[in-house]
Design a protein around this ligand. Structure first.
Ligand code: ATP
Ligand code: MG
Length: 368
């Protein structure tokens, strides 16, 4: 078992602790929840993932669960598989077809319904990428260089040089969101700086080319109760950091991974995200699976220690994921359905992107 006495002092833990300060983004998310409840029809949701591996619990409780919930509330839903963005921190996109299929399987298993939601791949929608050129002209190099998420991604990419694609990642993402005029983006905490860039680009495009009209909405981030779930090493759970528990993992693998999760040396279990980020993230995970508060879970474990905490979390996760895992195995049998889901999603996304690009060309006086 890994232990660390004061992990809260490390940079890695800070984003999780920060997520529990009542931030402006969380206050805004609460307001949005109310607006969605009253009138889901005024929202269009766009969000997605890079096909770099299977989705994990951080994705699920950070955004995927929200996507399904909003879809079921009647919010128009687009889910992008950002295949070009794999190249931001890699030379080549390895096993792309396999990773794309894995994402589709994770979405379907979690409850994304292709009859109501558009699942599509970035590279299949060329008009979307054409938006990136005018968007690049709307932000300065200085603004891109100080983006904290890009800095963090660069630090974890372990590469000697930063590619132009990595540098322009947030602009790329602005095109992803704005091509369908998405105004609601359920994301984890790490995406907030990127979303600020999207908002800036939308505002500047409207000011410069809108002629009084709003061509693009300024989209809002919607945070969940787990805006930055930690992985087994105590840093943000991430596909690239080998610290994740995937949705597709078996019950035994989940138990093994959680057994090795980093905690701290304090035996009595308490929920305190600021000073005990690893223990608190585990408590939150169990609480989310059992629809309880993390404080309740902590009280129940009391002085039984980290081993008891891990046992509780393992049981909670395995029970919660069992039906999702079973559905995933069923969908994996039906390759034809996976392919059709993507083909139809790509067609729908292309039609929407073509319409937006025509509008942008007209606004920019380049409609010949
Ligand atoms: P990679 O390591 O390849 O970047 P990732 O695990 O960081 O993968 P992304 O595809 O970058 O995953 O993120 C997809 C979405 O999931 C984003 O909205 C992101 O905010 C959210 N997300 C990712 N990790 C977490 C986490 N640990 N907690 C909460 N949300 C998360
Ligand atoms: Mg990432």
């Amino acid at each position: 078992m890994n232990t660390t006495p004061r992990a809260a002092d490390t940079d890695a833990a800070a984003p999780f602790a920060d997520a529990f300060e009542p931030t402006a983004a969380q206050a805004r998310s609460a307001v949005l929840e109310e607006l969605i409840r009253k009138d889901p029809g005024r929202f269009r949701m766009l969000t997605g993932d890079r096909p770099t591996g299977r989705l994990h619990l951080g994705h699920y409780f950070g955004t995927l669960h929200n996507r399904v919930r909003l879809q079921d509330l009647g919010v128009e839903t687009y889910v992008i598989i950002a295949d070009y963005q794999v190249l931001t921190d890699r030379d080549v996109a390895d096993n792309l077809t396999g990773h794309v299929e894995d994402l589709v399987l994770d979405y379907l298993a979690a409850g994304v319904d292709p009859a109501r939601s558009t699942i599509f791949t970035h590279s299949a929608v060329p008009a979307l990428n054409q938006l990136m050129l005018p968007f690049l002209s709307l932000v300065s190099v200085a603004e891109l260089s100080r983006n904290p998420t890009v800095k963090d991604e660069i630090a974890h990419a372990r590469r000697s040089a930063v590619s132009g694609l990595m540098f322009t990642y947030p602009v790329h993402q602005a095109a992803d969101i704005l091509f369908c005029k998405g105004n609601l983006v359920p994301v984890g905490q790490d995406q907030l700086p990127h979303l600020e860039v999207t908002r800036t680009i939308a505002r500047r495009f409207n000011d410069r080319y809108g002629n009084g009209a709003t061509v693009f909405p300024e989209p809002d981030a919607l945070l969940s109760r787990a805006p930055s779930l930690l992985g087994t090493d105590g840093t943000k759970m991430s596909k690239s950091r080998r610290n994740a528990i995937t949705l597709a993992a078996g019950a035994d693998e989940t138990a093994r991974l959680l057994k090795g999760a980093r905690t701290d040396s304090e035996r009595h279990i308490t929920y305190d995200p600021r000073t005990r980020p690893e223990v608190s993230s585990l408590l939150l995970l169990a609480a989310l699976c059992q629809n309880r508060t993390p404080e309740e879970v902590a009280d129940e474990i009391g002085s039984a220690g980290a081993a008891a905490l891990k046992k509780t979390v393992t049981e909670a996760v395995n029970e919660y994921l069992a039906p999702i895992r079973a559905r995933r195995i069923e969908y994996a049998e039906d390759r034809a359905f996976l392919r059709r889901t993507l083909r139809e999603g790509n067609e729908r996304a292309r039609a929407v992107a073509d319409t937006t690009l025509a509008e942008v060309r007209a606004a920019m006086n380049s409609h010949y």
